[in-house]
Design a protein around this ligand. Structure first.
Ligand code: SDX
Length: 434
């Protein structure tokens, strides 16, 4: 990766009458950064930013978000155009390689993915250790990490071919692994991948086909699944991507770093919000109960938050939520479910929240997780599988960001400092004096 920041002047930090000059750097889009890498060496003081609300952790050329304007670009291309015109494998190629593939490049990429969709048969035995009712994200965290044991060569992160192969294997095997997790919960036989199907068709077939009868993937549902994957592919330095980068910065196995990302995505504040949001919509149940929940969300003494609302970066509509809402209407129409009470509750909740001054003042808009659960529920996925599907889609973002970090000339092991407010230094007190 070639570093492409440009000099944008100098920031002066004055402490106790001493001035420290910090370079200011600019990029292609978005805010400039004050480069504080040498600040501690020069001043003996740390910067402090828990939650990283004002901190850029890296230079990246993969994804850009303009939170004020609700813009999301992958390698410069707006998410709305990619969701409308591209396929998920095409977006994977773009995110991994930086450019849209030609027809032959995409065909070669698809063929290579199809050569790696099978899992080692030993991996299937890991499932026997799980309870049948294990949460799918617990099983995914464990099995993605376990996959590292089958590909020791990927530890050599200096080797571009090993990095490329690890990327292909992860993108190819996640659908097979995720479908097995669903089948294990259902107590049904695992269904192996089929190379005559597209990426999304193959995943749906592995999830929903049963040995007792033929299963035909509905192309419109496959398109909705493919679009869901595109909308979740990458999203700058979100919590799980930052986790993957930090884990990978020590030289850990890429599959182990991705397993760390899966673990982080599980939380209801992050990728777990899609499952939490559908639970919330079911708990609300009917439109007349919405005001009660809006008041709970505004009540500081109540930990309840509107799941699927708010975002650290978007202070406008999440562009993915716009596409997801259209897709929700399409899928429910297609499946004859457009009168689903839950869709009415979601649309009314969105309308009321967007008119409420609390949400307007705090710039809380629906995010990618608000409508996604409605789509997945309609397609037939159990709620506990929703974040597994988010993980499947985000795998390409995680591995692309990890690879970018590994070839960044400025990359070092991530090791934040702290401000210590614990006990002052003191001597050990022998037991008979306590
Ligand atoms: C994802 O980072 C990414 O890019 C993530 C993601 C990706 O693609 O990787 O986009 C995917 O994780 C989407 C977000 C999914 N999470 C949820 O929908 C859970 C509900 N939302 C929140 O918990 C919250 O909005 C976060 C976690 C998403 C963002 O939290 P922040 O940026 O730390 O904001 P905050 O918690 O400081 O909230 C700011 C204010 C607070 O009020 P004050 O303390 O200022 O008075 O807004 C309030 C919050 O109480 N607030 C909400 C709210 N979200 C924030 N109030 C009610 N309901 C909500 N949903």
């Amino acid at each position: 990766m070639e570093n492409k920041t440009k000099d944008a002047g100098t920031a002066k930090i004055e402490i106790d009458g001493k001035t420290y000059d910090m370079p200011v750097l600019s990029g292609t889009h978005g805010p400039n950064v004050v480069d504080v890498r040498k600040f501690y060496a020069q001043s003996g003081q740390f910067t402090f930013d828990p939650g990283f609300t004002s901190t850029a952790s890296c230079e990246s050329q993969i994804t850009f978000i303009n939170g004020e304007e609700g813009v999301l670009l992958h390698r410069g291309y707006p998410i709305g155009q990619l969701a409308a015109q591209a396929t998920f494998p095409e977006v994977c190629y773009l995110i991994l390689n930086g450019e849209l593939p030609s027809k032959s490049e995409l065909s070669t990429f698809n063929d290579e993915i199809k050569q790696h969709t099978l899992l080692h048969t030993q991996l299937d035995r890991f499932f026997d250790g799980f309870r049948r009712d294990s949460h799918p994200m617990a099983m995914l965290t464990g099995t993605v990490g376990a996959m590292a044991s089958f590909y020791p060569g990927a530890m050599d992160s200096e080797d571009p071919e090993e990095r490329r192969l690890a990327s292909i294997r992860l993108i190819a095997k996640m659908p097979t692994l995720c479908a097995r997790i669903l089948k294990y919960n259902l107590g049904q036989k695992f269904v192996d991948p089929r190379n005559d199907l597209s990426y999304a068709e193959n995943f749906l077939n592995m999830c929903f086909s049963v040995t007792a009868e033929d299963y035909k993937v509905d192309p419109k549902i496959a398109k909705a699944m493919d679009r869901f994957f595109i909308l979740h592919a990458d999203h700058e330095q979100n919590a799980s991507t930052s986790t993957v980068r930090l884990a990978g910065s020590s030289g850990a196995h890429p599959f182990a770093a991705v397993a760390a990302g899966v673990a982080c995505l599980w939380g209801p504040s992050h990728g777990g919000a899609n499952e939490a949001c559908l639970n919330m919509l079911h708990e609300i149940g009917t439109v007349d109960r919405i005001p009660e929940f809006i008041e709970k969300a505004k009540d500081k003494s109540d930990p309840f938050r509107l799941m699927g609302f708010g975002h650290r970066v978007y202070k406008n509509y999440d562009p993915r939520a716009t596409v997801m809402r259209e897709s929700a209407h399409e899928v429910l129409d297609l499946l004859g479910l457009k009168d689903q009470p839950i869709l009415k509750v979601a649309m009314e909740l969105e309308r009321i929240a967007l008119e409420d001054e609390y949400f307007a003042e705090k710039k809380l808009y629906p995010n990618v997780d608000f409508y996604s659960g409605i789509i997945l529920d309609a397609i037939g996925f159990p709620k506990q599988m929703f974040t597994v599907l988010f993980s499947l889609a985000r795998t390409v973002g995680w591995i692309a960001q990890l690879n970018e970090m590994l070839v960044d000339p400025t990359q070092r092991i991530g090791r934040p400092r702290q401000i210590y407010t614990g006990a002052a230094m003191r001597d050990y007190v022998p037991m008979d004096q306590r």
